[in-house]
Design a protein around this ligand. Structure first.
Ligand code: LLP
Length: 410
């Protein structure tokens, strides 16, 4: 069910119109729907009930504290890739034993923080890193649970810049090396290496790459466990696209049941986009419009610094006016931001509702990798974030102030 709908041509998010949300507020701003977030998380975790599963929301997709608290109330764990992400997860109340620490380039202080705060497991991505984690664990006098992130060498047919599971990509350890690690646990006396992890890419719409991965890794886990009985947890990563998929959550779960010994294994899931993407919109205002030789530009006040997915990945995000009319411009139109870069284009469209200066427009499906990837480029502030719940509006992040922006510069 969508919580973003036109009612009598007025765009509403949950029970409140965009106009009412935006009234008296500076634009642009992010706005999230609590009900969408909650439904997304519940729907996914309910589909896994037959498994011993921990759903660790991937904080890189959205790490706003209120969003995290909302998910923590639903018993979410977290997938984190830096000390600060882990700190935010803990601050939001996530249990340490539901926090997985991933990432290809963890620093000594990341690892120390993860170990001293008793995270569920650290996923290692190279032999070098494994030695490093072992050394730090031995200094802390702890035995740290570790997952080996495998690179299964699978093409996932998603955008090249968000594919992670092929040997061309920097991520993970090969199957052969992984096997050797499990043969030689004596090399890592301070580690309990008892998990396999993988993540083949993001925004995956087709079940086949998951199937091929589960098949390859399922076989490896069975082989290792038939010899050593070492692996008790499989971390299947994230990557499921929230839209235009050719499979259901049930199909996905059934594949896990098919390829893994689900009676004896625990599973970790790390969804990000699936939970947060369609829970967020970016509300912006039209600044100007102009026509140049057969082309129209609609210049809005949100820029690529606020939401960089279209500029970086050519990502398509629908743009909707807050009031829909029957008047359209049927002309090649670029909806662009104010940043001094030609790549600051959100959408190219051939037919768009006639809009004029001062009108609100929204960008859809920006709750994941929107705010977390924003920057101060062009010395623009990090923008306000709101959450709606029914007809209630809450500020969940204040607009960055100039003083805050400048305070660490000399
Ligand atoms: N686990 C690991 C180890 C990951 O690297 C990622 C995402 C996830 C989980 C969550 O994946 P999701 O369920 O959200 O697909 N900035 C890009 C996406 C980069 C994803 C990086 N890793 C974008 O805006 O499309």
């Amino acid at each position: 069910m969508s919580f973003l709908n036109y009612e009598n041509d007025i765009l509403k998010f949950e029970d409140i119109s965009i106009r009412e949300i935006a009234e008296g507020r500076a634009t642009p701003f992010y706005c999230y729907s609590k009900q969408t977030l909650t439904n997304n998380f519940r729907e996914f975790s309910d589909s896994l009930t037959s498994l011993d599963a921990t759903v660790c929301f991937s904080l890189k997709s959205n790490s706003n504290l209120t969003i995290l608290k909302t998910l923590t109330e639903l018993e979410a764990g977290g997938d984190v890739v830096s000390e600060w992400e882990m700190r935010k997860a803990l601050q939001a109340g996530m249990k340490p034993n539901k926090i997985v620490f991933s990432g290809i380039g963890k620093t000594a202080s990341d690892i120390q923080f993860a170990i001293s705060n008793n995270c569920l497991q650290i996923n290692a991505e190279s032999l070098d890193e494994l030695d490093h984690i072992n050394r730090i664990a031995s200094v802390s006098g702890k035995i740290q649970k570790v997952g080996i992130r495998i690179n299964p060498d699978i093409q996932s047919e998603t955008h090249k810049k968000i594919s992670t599971g092929s040997l061309e990509d920097k991520f993970g350890i090969s199957i052969e090396q992984t096997y050797e690690i499990f043969q030689n646990p004596q090399n890592y006396p301070n580690l309990e290496i008892s998990s396999i992890a993988f993540h083949i890419g993001s925004n995956i719409k087709d079940l086949t790459p998951f199937q091929r991965t589960f098949e390859i890794i399922g076989e490896l886990v069975a082989k290792i466990n038939s010899e050593t009985k070492k692996i008790n947890t499989v971390d299947v990563g994230g990557g499921i696209s929230p839209e235009k998929r050719n499979f259901t959550f049930e199909d996905y779960r059934n594949l896990i049941v098919k390829y893994f010994d689900t009676e004896n294994l625990k599973f970790i899931f790390e969804p990000g986009r699936l939970i947060a993407a369609n829970a967020g919109i970016l509300v912006s205002k039209v600044l100007y419009t102009k026509n140049i030789t057969g082309k129209k530009f609609v210049i809005i006040d949100a820029g690529m610094n606020d939401m960089m997915r279209p500029a970086l990945y050519d990502a398509h995000h629908e743009i909707m006016p807050d009031v829909r009319t029957s008047e359209y411009d049927e002309i090649n139109t670029d909806i662009v931001g104010p940043i001094c870069e030609s790549s600051d284009v959100f959408l190219n469209i051939q037919k768009f509702n006639k809009v004029k200066s001062g009108q609100y427009v929204i960008l859809k499906d920006v709750g994941a990798y929107g705010s977390t990837m924003s920057s101060n480029y062009n010395a623009r502030p990090l923008i306000e974030e709101l959450m709606v719940d029914g007809s209630q509006i809450r500020i969940i992040r204040k607009t960055q102030s100039y003083e805050d922006f400048i305070k660490n510069e000399i």
